[in-house]
Design a protein around this ligand. Structure first.
Ligand code: 5GP
Ligand code: ZN
Length: 111
């Protein structure tokens, strides 16, 4: 499959990893929008948040627990944002589910 994030998981494309286990990978965004900008993804290819099923609940819970850990490690636990763009018209450019974790600068409500 021609998916850039699957290639990152496979090691075909290098990345700056922040956290990895059997289920998920966290790595730094190549075009950071803030001092901390990390992408957290499941290793199993899910196209977007629109494809999440009830049986993915444990995986999604695991992702969010690790997001909290990562925020603490980055020192942004008091002010950060988690975003998942879903669909081309919402700004999704990579169609492998990912959560942007953004912080380290002032974050206004929607920008
Ligand atoms: P989206 O636009 O789908 O919400 O988010 C995709 C994100 O992936 C973008 O912020 C983009 O900078 C990042 N990205 C795209 N290709 C690569 C890559 O090869 N390596 C890394 N580290 N990030 C990437
Ligand atoms: Zn993928």
């Amino acid at each position: 499959m021609d998916c850039v994030f699957c290639k990152i998981i496979n090691g075909d494309i290098p990345s700056t990893k922040v956290y990895e286990d059997d289920e998920i990978l966290a790595f730094r965004d190549i075009e950071p929008a803030a001092p901390t900008h990390i992408l957290v993804i499941p290793k199993r290819h899910i196209a977007s948040a629109a494809e999440i099923k009830p049986e993915d609940g444990a995986l999604i819970g695991h992702i969010f627990a690790k997001i909290a850990d990562i925020a603490r490690l980055e020192g942004i636990e008091d002010a950060f944002r988690v975003v998942s763009n879903c669909g081309r018209d919402a700004g999704q450019t990579v169609f492998h589910l990912h959560f942007h974790v953004v912080g380290g600068r002032e974050l206004s409500k929607w920008a």
